[in-house]
Design a protein around this ligand. Structure first.
Ligand SMILES: [Zn+2]
Length: 107
């Protein structure tokens, strides 16, 4: 199998955008554009496969888009883990410079 056949299952330049496909699901486009999209769907496997996924899309309610607040105990845990990993990094950097120092002293 050639890799080009694997790469062909992607959105192409000629493909309508996902939001345009979504609008076509809600019949929110002019009849001319709906016809163009219908013709494209008949020829394009990718967009044809995208349509059933888009059918599950629900527009978010007002205020639903803001990220949830992190509970304080999870925030403390995350910060301590992040701090620990950066501390480990600092120690390994120090070890590296120590080795370099030793090899210079040894030669
Ligand atoms: Zn397409």
């Amino acid at each position: 199998m050639k890799s080009s056949s694997v790469n062909s299952f992607t959105k192409k330049i000629a493909c309508p955008s996902s939001s345009l496909l979504l609008s076509s699901l809600f019949q929110a486009l002019s009849p001319e554009i709906m016809t163009l999209i219908r013709h494209h769907l008949a020829a394009c496997d990718f967009c044809c496969a995208e349509m059933p996924l888009l059918a599950h899309y629900e527009s978010p309610l007002r205020g639903e888009c803001k990220p949830p607040v992190i509970p304080i105990n999870l925030r403390i845990l995350a910060e301590s883990l992040l701090w620990k990993s950066s501390a480990v990094q600092r120690v390994s950097e120090r070890k590296k410079s120590l080795k370099v120092g030793l090899s210079i002293a040894g030669s």
